[in-house]
Design a protein around this ligand. Structure first.
Ligand SMILES: C[S@@+](CC[C@H](N)C(=O)[O-])C[C@H]1O[C@@H](n2cnc3c(N)ncnc32)[C@H](O)[C@@H]1O
Length: 231
């Protein structure tokens, strides 16, 4: 398994300038309902958010984390140690050790009411589309954040754009670098992610994969050419 930088630094993978925009949006609203993080890595953002709430408002809302926890060896233990380092009891966090797709299905009969969702799991289009199904559970007034919302990550970018185009009840609060923050202004009249959206993602996925692997091969062969020519 590949060792990730965050496995040793325990830091948030969200750059500081983006984090500041997120904290500013949260400061303005004081959301009290359940917060969901899809994809936690070493729990760096989770710790930042909980500490922010405790310092700013005296207490944190409940947090739910959905992640298969296979990003690096001993990921769950690392997240717990990181929480403890920040004086947060890991038992206060609800962890669903699962993909967001499976976790979503498992909660279908007793859906949570959410005030905040951070989508930061697998960035491939079919996974992001699954992650966006959770917005069904977001209460009006709640925030949806998409990290790595940039053309460099077409899976995140196109899924976010599609949601915005099809559902005018999601309005842009801010976009700082690759962190897009949306507010759900009112209840949606239909599920935000339909079977057609999922089919769209399933069809586009292999195309992106092919493009990425061709680009990688091209970079590799260019690199080999410059080594041969002594550049
Ligand atoms: C980019 S990192 C998350 C960074 C973290 N939010 C932060 O700010 O530090 C991606 C995380 O998504 C998780 N992940 C991968 N596939 C997933 C899926 N299908 N559902 C939920 N989480 C997933 C990985 O295990 C990893 O922990």
């Amino acid at each position: 398994m590949k060792m990730r930088q965050c496995a040793t630094t325990w830091e948030s993978e969200i750059p500081e300038v983006e984090m500041k925009s997120l904290l500013a949006a949260l400061r303005q609203r004081e959301l009290k309902g359940k917060h969901l993080e899809i994809g936690t890595a070493a729990g760096g953002t989770l710790c930042r958010l909980i500490r922010f709430y405790e310092e700013e408002f005296g207490q944190s809302p409940p947090f739910l984390v959905v992640d298969p926890l296979k990003y690096f060896p001993h990921q769950f233990e690392t997240v717990c140690q990181n929480l403890e380092k920040h004086d947060i009891d890991p038992r206060e966090i609800e962890f669903l050790k699962s993909s967001s797709k499976d976790a979503f299905s498992s909660l279908a009969n007793h859906p949570p009411e959410l005030d905040f969702i951070l989508v930061d799991g697998n960035h491939k289009i079919r996974y992001v589309t699954e992650d966006l199904r959770w917005v069904r559970f977001l209460r009006p007034g709640g925030l949806l954040c998409l990290h790595d919302y940039t053309p460099r990550f077409p899976g995140v970018y196109l899924s976010g754009k599609r949601l915005l185009r099809k559902h005018p009840n999601y309005e842009v609060v801010s976009q700082v670098e690759s962190l897009l923050i949306l507010r759900k202004s009112r209840e949606s009249s239909r599920p935000e992610i339909s079977a057609i959206d999922r089919l769209w993602a399933a069809c586009l996925g292999p195309w992106f994969q092919l493009k990425a692997s061709l680009a990688k091969r091209l970079r590799k062969s260019k690199g080999q050419d410059s080594v041969k020519s002594g550049l």
